[in-house]
Design a protein around this ligand. Structure first.
Ligand code: 5GP
Length: 132
């Protein structure tokens, strides 16, 4: 069965999309831990990030870099952090998390409330600054 991220990539489930290429997609995490928390996903359905081929892993990191730089330009965090966990969705992905303050609790357990309107605004703002 297709993963939730494949359904998002296929447009079967809506998302706040940030960027897309033939092989990758980035969209806002629906339960963010910071404003602008983004997921980068290779479209190929592989559960564990480190099961990706060397070339796909490299491409995924390079795609994540372009998205992160767009987040830096649009959101002005101190920097954008990266988390890989993969315990919830069995489809490899990288969390990109804007770090706005030095003592921010950067943990996937630290969810924040963001309205749908703000999520749409964040996606539009970030996507304008992502240069693929
Ligand atoms: P992990 O698998 O790395 O532990 O976490 C999966 C992440 O995917 C979680 O942060 C969760 O909020 C996010 N997530 C789960 N389902 C959806 C969804 O349908 N849409 C979006 N945009 N994010 C999701």
């Amino acid at each position: 069965m297709a993963t939730i991220f494949t359904k998002i990539a296929n447009g079967e489930i809506p998302s706040y999309k940030i960027a897309e290429s033939e092989t990758h997609i980035a969209f806002l995490d629906i339960n963010p831990i910071a404003a602008g928390h983004t997921l980068v996903v290779p479209k190929k359905e592989i559960d564990y990030l480190f099961d990706l081929s060397d070339s796909l892993l490299s491409e995924t990191m390079l795609f994540a870099k372009k998205v992160a730089l767009g987040m830096d330009r649009s959101l002005n965090p101190i920097r954008t952090g990266i988390i890989v966990e993969g315990l919830e969705v069995p489809h490899a992905h990288i969390h990109l998390v804007p770090i706005y303050e030095e003592h921010q609790n950067v943990s996937l357990r630290n969810k924040v409330e963001i309205t749908k309107e703000k999520m749409a605004e964040l996606a539009a703002t970030i996507s304008k600054e992502v240069k693929l």
